[in-house]
Write a new protein. Structure first.
Length: 435
């Protein structure tokens, strides 16, 4: 009887282990020739720098994740073509976090413990990065997000919780919320309501926006009864009614595209949004979002006239990045593609500065290559060359100067965008400096 139990236990454990590894393998994709499949990545180049990417290729943020995912392998291709890092080619392992904290934590665990990466570009959703960084820190893996903008990361960094293994190339929502408050004030809105996705991104943004808008003399009509919707919800009639109940001039909607489109569609179909200005943020800025929300009976896009903010890209390296993207991929890069490019560049440059392919080396040298009194450089290959020669550099990226501060933050300028009658997203050419 005991032998039977032992045999059964061994079988169950073996099966569970196989399922876990299979699940992890299924999250890994390879999209470029230099990207090594997860099954062989751990042996493909044991001497060289190994990095990962953790991005929302599927899930609530897929519309944005798919726009920026190509940046990481494009930079790895570029670096490997000009000599690699520390004399060896860079290996990249890509993981789809599914816009889900559990999948993100599992993916980060795989990258850190099985693939043994030194650094990871990711994630985009703040809730996923929260889960991922809890794995990255104890494993001494440098995590650089191109889009997690929750102010909570700044607060935790100030407390020393990340030990230097966290940074981001997109500014925190402390700044974007202030920029959106300034935009609302400039447009003449005095009474606004808020509706946010109930996660780190939405709640953090809401808090700073309310404080900022009130300081500017505005009123948030549902301040005492904030509307925070469940990221897993599929119907939003109740939340829509609560948001528009106070007859606001405008509604600040801090959302992700998949669930946000369902909320806004419900609001329009109930006639709640008629005559109310919709103010949006970076979380929904994708070409497909107006189509997701849909059209009215008159054939007009429901989101026509909506306006929003998004971190701008205006770095010294932007023109060259856009040109390379067009040559290699065609068209123009999407939202947060420059931030993802810069995050990857900082990983490889920091490793070269450290003269070692470790997370510890990257973390110690990150701020040195991102700022300071080194030679200004926007070409990653030129930066690597100078570092090999023992010189100091100050990387000036595609998204901006990317001067990383002690909390892992950068300061940015925000672009204003709008939805046209044709359902296309357009840049208004307005820029807001939150300082």
């Amino acid at each position: 009887m005991s032998k039977l139990r032992i045999s059964l236990t061994f079988t169950i454990v073996s099966l569970a282990s196989s399922l876990f590894l299979a699940s992890c393998e299924n999250t890994t994709s390879t999209t470029e020739s230099t990207t090594t499949p997860a099954a062989t990545s751990t042996t493909a180049n044991t001497k060289g720098l190994k990095i990962g990417s953790l991005s929302p290729n599927t899930g609530d943020l897929a519309s944005i994740g798919q726009q920026m995912v190509g940046s990481v392998p494009l930079l790895v291709d570029t670096v490997n073509a000009c000599g690699g890092v520390n004399g060896e080619k860079v290996t990249l392992i890509q993981v789809d976090d599914q816009t889900d904290p559990k999948a993100g934590a599992a993916g980060m665990t795989k990258l850190a413990t099985l693939d043994k990466v030194a650094g990871v570009v990711g994630s985009f959703a703040s809730s996923v990065s929260t889960a991922a960084v809890s794995v990255a820190v104890p494993n001494k893996v440098m995590l650089i997000s191109p889009g997690s903008t929750s102010p909570v990361f700044t607060e935790k960094a100030k407390k020393g919780e990340f030990q230097g293994y966290w940074a981001r190339t997109a500014p925190p929502d402390t700044y974007q919320a202030l920029a959106l408050a300034q935009l609302a004030k400039t447009k003449g809105f005095k009474r606004v309501a808020t509706v946010v996705i109930n996660n780190d991104y939405g709640v953090g943004f809401e808090k700073v926006f309310v404080e900022s808008f009130e300081k500017l003399g505005g009123t948030v009509v549902n301040k005492d009864k904030p509307v925070r919707y469940d990221p897993k919800a599929q119907t939003f009639d109740t939340e829509a009614n609560a948001t528009f109940a106070g007859k606001p001039d405008a509604v600040v909607a801090v959302m992700y595209a998949e669930t946000g489109s369902l909320f806004l569609k419900a609001a329009y179909q109930q006639g709640l949004a008629k005559g109310v200005q919709i103010l949006l943020t970076d979380g929904v800025k994708s070409d497909t979002f107006p189509t997701q929300v849909g059209k009215g009976p008159d054939g007009k896009y429901l989101l026509s006239g909506a306006i929003g903010t998004v971190p701008g890209s205006s770095g010294p390296g932007l023109e060259a990045f856009n040109k390379l993207w067009k040559e290699k991929k065609g068209g123009t890069p999407g939202e947060y593609a420059p931030q993802a490019w810069d995050a990857t560049a900082l990983l490889v440059l920091s490793a070269q500065a450290a003269k070692e392919n470790t997370g510890v080396g990257i973390a110690k040298n990150l701020r040195g290559v991102a700022g300071g009194d080194g030679i200004p450089v926007s070409d990653v290959c030129e930066g690597l060359k100078l570092l090999r020669e023992g010189k100091k550099i100050n990387y000036q990226g595609a998204s901006g100067d990317v001067d990383i501060d002690a909390n892992g933050d950068v300061l940015g300028i925000y672009d204003v965008w709008t939805v046209g009658d044709d359902g296309k997203i357009k840049d208004t050419r307005e820029k807001i400096n939150p300082k």
